[in-house]
Design a binder for this molecule. Sequence first.
Ligand code: TXA
Ligand code: MG
Length: 351
Amino acid sequence: MTQVVRIDPDRPDPTDIARAADCLRAGGLVAFPTETVYGLGVHAQDRDAVRRLFAAKGRPAHDPLIVHIAALSQLADLVVAVPDAARTLMSRFWPGPLTLVMRRSEAVPDEVTAGLETVAVRVPSHPVARALLEAVRLPIAAPSANLFSRPSPTRAAHVLADLDGRIDIVLDGGPAWVGLESTVLDLSHDPPTLLRPGAVSAEDLRQFIRTVRFPAEGSIPGTGNAAMASPGLLQKHYAPCARLTLYRGNQASLRDALARGAREALARGERVGVLATSGDADAVRGLPVVLAELGSGDTKEVAARLYFALRALDEQRVDIILACDLPADEGLGRAVRDRLRRAATEVVEVD
Ligand code: TXA
Ligand code: MG
């Protein structure tokens, strides 16, 4: 049985937090909200608990976990050295949605790092996550609280849809704020490499460190640096159940392509979902499609709704999802485009 505990996202009840902390200490699996998405936490140094976590998610053992801590003082134990760049970035961006990869110490089990010589660490800023980490005072390994390859959960209901009965507790603190997973920056090599774009953008990072390297876009396992540096950056990772066609190109042609794609899929007898900002969605109004709108086009709003919308379309049992790419390729827009690309089964370039 999974216990669902409603919790005030701003002022979490200490009794509920203490119960969740006890559960973690005892090797239990606790899902909790962070500012990015919901995480599924376990005591990072309890190897059996970590194995149970992989089993609950159906996650392959070669995909390493992020270790969450309450404060910088817990970092020294986990890494062999803290690079200067890390200190600078931590003082600016922690607590917050930035994960840093550093050379790991012996204190981090292989089960957590998937045998890598590095460990990914972050200090989340969500009050529930912070309260829990402060109460438990242990390093907590926490991947997103979804079944492997499903979109990350941005609400407790998403966690339950995937993991009800497989985990001990869900702290339901309402919607996660950002809606996309943290930025992952690898500091174990020079220059630092952005392994996963997120709310802390490359532009933000460049204000504090001179160079940030990007792995080639769309690298797939075994063919690109990104895949080798971070096994979790599998091409197909943030996927809905339905196949997803992503249209890329100039805005006006995108809408035409979307409308044409929708008509063709409907003509094939398919149940069609459309994932679009309200402007792009105008192209398919009047057609019998299931529409999941991403808001007016404001990037923050799109990010916050993206996974919710993908899951909503799956619940509607659509056969195919048609989506338009975003124009913005900087800041959080880069992260949204990255997730859309990874969710896509097919990318159609239009001009
Ligand atoms: O926002 C987030 O980061 C959320 C919340 C719960 O904190 N967590 C999250 O965890 O997204 P997960 O497991 O879904 O994604 C972790 C990513 C994966 O792409 C993984 O490959 C990468 O971080 N990663 C973890 N350890 C790594 C390491 N040592 N080197 C390179 N990449 C690593
Ligand atoms: Mg994940």
